[in-house]
Design a binder for this molecule. Structure first.
Ligand code: HEM
Length: 535
């Protein structure tokens, strides 16, 4: 035993002597070169063997995801660049070593289908939190279709039309507060009328609305008139992080999910605290904000736990609460901003919309009822067109091709495991579906044209509906679509019937930031109460 230890000892000494003879700088250089060569060879081999080699796209994108990561970091450019690439290369563009961005509306129902075969890629997984040391995914970020279905089943019915309409009194309460604040601050204030950053106020309204609909407690942005706890700004920063990191998802494990030092965007601490406090108070029967006469999502989720104890626990309820707030507030604000701004920029369209809303016989003292606003054909056309023209989500919504592969309309075959996706911005401008003027904002495209027969209109509308990915599609379609549209119709109709709205400087353009939520800034307006509202 002793002699073998001595032998190992002697061996180590010799080895160390040998190492000390080597120039450490040369060793480091050699290692760096070897690593570089290995990475290079690996890239060349992967590139040469890739089944996606035949598809056109930016040269760098075929080699590394850094191309799209950097593009996203730059901000506003992503969807515009991808659109230009489609104009240059056609319907299939390779935007990553394993990613194709396609503009084949006829495949929308296949890729975003209900059969559960096309799963989301890892790009979604970064939108997650660590709970008890474990990364936890929610309805939006869960990529496993079976687990996703298990999460969705207990709550999906609470987003149906009847459940949403049961919340209408709550929506009305927030719209009344919104109008009260606008009038006090920008119309009837002590210093007289003032310009209003309507875009910013719409965010205060939709955040307060979502918290009221979710746990009967307003965050208080409308009352305070500012992002007083910084949550709206944190949500923006988190999305900026998410949009870039989702292009190279593994980076998230070094940054946000780093177990040693977390290097990610700030957490939505205040939002999480309020959600947690509301849950605890409600379970203990001490929630003073809750009026059992009108339900809210927290109550729906508690009900779902009672009915499905094997699927829903308090942790799952927290997930449901937070995803409502994260996914539901800014998205709705972006949509209402688009409706108001895009129409105000085109006075003929705005006047037509105004005339229709003013002729609808709405009670000027109350927020527009959803069932009336939803029946206005021109408002419907404007909402559809605003979502198409300025989709809230303008990234490639990636899905993995199932094992069986898929044949594209150009005849080429894409094997299983490749990531494919469509971008609502690109597909929404497809000229075959939306017409030669797809680049224009023209709500009339959603209406029957003069002289167009009923059947032609039906088919045209059907193909536009099929290509409309503004709320995603299939089993992963936006769960909050009905809730969002109820809010959108009510707020747009109420604002237009109650106020004369003008852009403070009609020559000024808004500024669009980002692609995961194309949020806009700089919608500065002048508001005046309409005569009939001077009660
Ligand atoms: C006008 C407003 C909204 C728009 C345009 C919108 C858009 C979208 C889109 C495009 C997706 C699919 C993303 C993908 O597959 O990559 C999505 C998913 C989702 N949205 Fe929305 N959304 C809106 C409002 C809301 C609201 C109000 C809520 C909740 C209260 C919500 C909750 C969700 C959730 C949970 C998902 C993931 C669904 C799943 O994967 O099962 N959204 N949304």
């Amino acid at each position: 035993m002793d002699s073998s230890l001595e032998r190992i000892d002697a061996y180590l000494v010799t080895a160390l002597r040998g190492l000390s003879g080597i120039n450490l700088t040369s060793l480091a250089e050699a290692l760096a070169i070897a690593t570089g060569v290995t990475v290079f060879v690996w890239h060349v081999v992967s590139w040469a063997l890739s089944p996606l080699r035949r598809y056109p796209g930016p040269f760098l994108a075929g080699w590394t995801n850094l191309w799209r990561f950097v593009l996203m970091l730059k901000g506003e450019e992503y969807h515009l660049t991808v659109k230009k690439l489609h104009e240059k290369y056609g319907p299939v563009v390779r935007t990553g070593p394993n990613l194709l961005d396609i503009d084949y509306p006829e495949l929308a129902k296949v890729i975003y289908g209900t059969d559960g075969k096309w799963s989301k890629t890892e790009m979604y997984q970064n939108n997650s939190t660590i709970i008890d040391g474990k990364i936890t995914y929610h309805l939006f970020s869960e990529t496993n279709q079976v687990i996703h279905a298990r999460k969705k089943r207990p709550v999906v019915k609470y987003y149906s039309m009847s459940s949403v309409l049961a919340l209408e009194p709550k929506i009305d309460g927030v719209i009344n507060e919104f109008c009260k604040q606008l009038e006090q601050r920008f119309i009837n204030g002590p210093a007289g009328p003032k310009d209003c950053d309507l875009g910013e106020w719409l965010a205060f309204c939709t955040w307060d609305f979502l918290s009221t609909a979710t746990f009967s407690r307003s965050f208080g942005y409308l009352d305070k008139g500012c992002d007083f706890d910084g949550s709206i700004a944190i949500a923006d920063t988190s999305l900026d992080y998410f949009k870039a990191i989702s292009q190279m998802p593994f980076l998230d494990y070094w940054l946000d999910k780093n177990p040693i030092v977390r290097i990610g965007p700030a957490n939505l601490t205040n939002v999480t605290r309020i959600a947690f406090e509301s849950l605890m108070a409600r379970i203990q029967g001490k929630d003073a904000n809750y009026d059992p006469k009108t339900h809210d999502y927290l109550q729906y989720f508690i009900e779902s736990k009672k009915k499905n104890p094997e699927l829903v626990d308090d942790g799952t309820i927290m997930e449901y609460l937070l995803v409502n707030l994260i996914a539901g507030a800014d998205t709705t604000a972006v949509t209402i901003r688009s409706i108001i701004y895009l129409c105000l920029k085109r006075p003929t369209i705005y006047r037509k919309l105004e005339e229709e809303i003013l002729a609808a016989g709405l009670d000027p003292e109350r927020p527009a009822p959803y069932n009336v606003a939803r029946q206005l054909p021109y408002l419907e056309a404007v909402v559809r067109e605003a979502l198409r023209f300025h989709p809230v989500v303008a990234v490639t919504m990636e899905r993995y091709v199932p094992e069986s592969g898929v044949r594209l309309p150009d005849g080429s075959f894409v094997p299983g495991g490749v990531a494919i996706g469509m971008n609502p911005y690109v597909v929404g401008r497809n000229k075959d579906v939306f017409g030669q003027d797809a680049q224009e904002f023209r709500p009339e495209r959603w209406l029957q044209a003069p002289g167009e027969d009923q059947e032609t209109y039906r088919l045209r509308r059907q193909s536009m509906n099929a290509a409309d990915l503004t709320f995603g599609g299939g089993s992963r379609i936006c769960i909050g679509k009905t809730l969002a549209l109820c809010e959108v119709y009510k707020i747009a109709a109420t604002l237009i019937q109650r106020y004369e709205i003008e852009l403070a400087d009609p020559t000024k353009e808004w500024k669009v930031e980002g692609s995961w939520f194309t949020r806009q800034r700089g919608i500065i307006t002048k508001l005046r109460l309409r005569e009939h509202n001077l009660f």
